[in-house]
Ligand binder design. Structure first.
Ligand SMILES: *[C@@H]1O[C@H](CO)[C@@H](O)[C@H](O)[C@H]1NC(C)=O
Ligand SMILES: *[C@@H]1O[C@H](CO)[C@@H](O)[C@H](O)[C@H]1NC(C)=O
Ligand SMILES: *[C@@H]1O[C@H](CO)[C@@H](O)[C@H](O)[C@H]1NC(C)=O
Ligand SMILES: *[C@@H]1O[C@H](CO)[C@@H](O)[C@H](O)[C@H]1NC(C)=O
Ligand SMILES: *[C@@H]1O[C@H](CO)[C@@H](O)[C@H](O)[C@H]1NC(C)=O
Ligand SMILES: *[C@@H]1O[C@H](CO)[C@@H](O)[C@H](O)[C@H]1NC(C)=O
Ligand SMILES: *[C@@H]1O[C@H](CO)[C@@H](O)[C@H](O)[C@H]1NC(C)=O
Length: 512
């Protein structure tokens, strides 16, 4: 595949070079503030062969300048533009307008081959009806006013703003200070796959027109944008998700809702999202999720819920998510009352589980049962005082375990029973006074062991079994003696930290 790409690239380069003398001679005189580029476009969907795209990039004062600029191009040149990038001056405030009846707008009609239009930093207030409708071939449109930099200005749409763009696949409307949208404004975009609305001021999901619920199953509403795959609504002001609000998005695979003001989800918020794989709801104000939240999203691979105020996890809420690979619950207020036996039941493909910065006090024997694929488990900064024997023993693939910043006093014999492939074990900043002499015996692949900031009075026994140990941190403990047997067998050790202890007695051969 790589090889094929290389060949295509070389052929393309040769073609460009040969074509240069004929085509580029006529093309290379760019209007002031503009430049021509010929780029190899490999992003073509559906494994389309790579094509060479002709790009014209211009810096202007306002978008109205485009017409003047186009007048300096021959019709031969204009016809060949596949991609147009217009960047307005952001130094001073010059308002731009897309109204076709003023001096601007006419230029768009002549760009028949345009597939990609990007307008950046132009201070636009309004997208008129069908303003881009002549661009029948347009696949990608990015309109980013950065209006937020001029707080008084927001971007508004006509209900027919996007009518006619039947081939459009990507629409990027980030950073526009959009407060509201006419219902169904995206509905005419039959081919839309990717919609980015990040960093606007949207408060209401129902305005997007992505619900086909209507008056229930017997009288469904309009089903728009059923092919949408990626929807980014992050960094808006969404307060709640209504029932069935996204129900027409049957192909949606990625939903970004992070950094909003969501306090609650309706029971049926995600109904219809049968293809959803990635869901990011981090940095909201969620205190709980309805038990049915994930009932119709069984394809989920990644769920991000970190940095909310979750104090409850309804029993069974995560049940049936047997394809989940990443679950991030860190920075919430979960207690052991809710994270216990069966909370993660059936997640046989889970690889990463983050529960750091919560309020767990104990780990019982069955919390992590059957998580055979788990590789990373982070329990940092909870209030864990006790861990049941063999609590981790189903985690045959665990590579990294973090228990730092908890309240553990002792490491018992069977705490880390069968973690044969464990690579990193971090138990920093607990209150550990003692470690059972055999506690580490099965951690034969351990590379890093961090016991910094505990209350150990002796160097733990059994370190010698850790044949692959490369770094060992025993700093800030109460260790008083280092004997010649302390580090025996640690032949791969590269880093050893012992600062801030009470060492008075180091036997002569300790570090030989
Ligand atoms: C367009 O061409 C005219 C005359 O050739 C020239 O004076 C003007 O600066 C050009 N404008 C741009 C934007 O290149
Ligand atoms: C949306 O645009 C923002 C800003 O450029 C970008 O960081 C983000 O990755 C985009 N979202 C998606 C899903 O591509
Ligand atoms: C989810 O959102 C958070 C911001 O709250 C961000 O840091 C993280 O990278 C996002 N993750 C993914 C996979 O989008
Ligand atoms: C957590 O969320 C709050 C808003 O709820 C946000 O201000 C803060 O930056 C977020 N923190 C991180 C680390 O994402
Ligand atoms: C180490 O593994 C063996 C074999 O599974 C087991 O019998 C033994 O109890 C384990 N050691 C500890 C300290 O749990
Ligand atoms: C440690 O050193 C002392 C004297 O230096 C010696 O008697 C003892 O056998 C050594 N122990 C080990 C385990 O090497
Ligand atoms: C140092 O170790 C030796 C031999 O183990 C012991 O006799 C001696 O009392 C120790 N000194 C102190 C100050 O602990």
């Amino acid at each position: 595949m790589q090889f094929l790409k290389l060949v295509v690239l070389l052929v393309a380069l040769v073609t460009v070079t040969v074509a240069r003398s004929s085509l580029m001679n006529r093309m290379d005189v760019a209007p002031r503030g503009c430049k021509w580029q010929r780029v190899l476009d490999e992003t073509g969907e559906d494994e389309a062969p790579a094509t060479v795209t002709t790009v014209l990039s211009c810096k202007l004062k306002t978008i109205g300048g485009t017409d003047t600029l186009m007048r300096n191009l021959s019709s031969y040149q204009i016809e060949r533009i596949n991609s147009l990038r217009l960047e307005c001056s952001d130094i001073l405030f010059f308002e731009s307008s897309l109204e076709a009846n003023q001096h601007s707008g006419a230029f768009l009609g002549s760009l028949r081959r345009l597939r990609d239009l990007k307008i950046e930093y132009c201070k636009i207030k309004y997208v008129p009806s069908m303003v881009l409708a002549t661009l029948r071939d347009l696949r990608s449109l990015s309109l980013r006013t950065h209006n937020t930099d001029w707080s008084a200005m927001n971007l508004e749409f006509h209900p027919e703003s996007f009518r006619g763009l039947t081939e459009l696949k990507r629409l990027d409307l980030a950073d526009n200070n959009i407060w509201s949208l006419p219902t169904d404004v995206f509905c005419p975009l039959f081919s839309l796959r990717h919609l980015n609305l990040t960093r606007n001021r949207l408060t209401d999901v129902s305005q997007l027109g992505f619900s086909d619920w209507g008056n229930g199953p017997t009288a469904p509403g309009k089903a728009c944008n059923t092919g949408l795959e990626v929807l980014d609504l992050s960094h808006n002001d969404l307060l709640a998700l209504p029932d069935n609000g996204l129900s027409s998005l049957r192909s949606l695979s990625v939903l970004m809702l992070q950094d909003n003001l969501l306090t609650a989800l309706a029971d049926r918020s995600f109904v219809g999202l049968g293809s959803l794989k990635v869901l990011n709801m981090s940095s909201n104000k969620l205190v709980a999720l309805p038990p049915e939240t994930f009932q119709s999203t069984r394809e989920l691979r990644q769920i991000y819920l970190q940095n909310n105020s979750l104090s409850v996890l309804a029993p069974g809420m995560l049940e049936g998510l047997d394809r989940l690979e990443i679950l991030d619950l860190s920075y919430n207020e979960l207690t052991s009352e809710w994270v216990k036996r069966n909370t993660f039941a059936g997640m046989k493909r889970l690889v990463v589980l983050e529960i750091a910065h919560n309020a767990l006090t104990k780990i019982d024997r069955h919390v992590f049962r059957e998580l055979y694929s788990l590789q990373i488990l982070n329990l940092e900064a909870n209030q864990i005082e006790s861990i049941a024997d063999n609590a981790f023993s189903d985690l045959k693939n665990l590579v990294a375990l973090t228990l730092s910043h908890n309240r553990l006093k002792r490491i018992e014999q069977h705490h880390f029973s069968e973690l044969y492939v464990l690579n990193q074990l971090y138990i920093e900043s607990n209150m550990i006074e003692s470690m059972h002499g055999r506690a580490l015996e099965n951690l034969t692949n351990l590379n890093d062991l961090n016991l910094n900031d505990n209350r150990l009075t002796e160097i733990p026994e059994g370190l010698g079994k850790l044949r692959f140990l490369k770094s060992l941190d025993l700093g800030k403990n109460r260790i008083s003696a280092v004997s010649n047997a302390s580090f025996e067998g640690l032949e791969q050790l590269l880093g050893l930290r012992l600062v801030e202890n009470r060492i008075t007695n180091i036997s002569r051969d300790a570090f030989v």
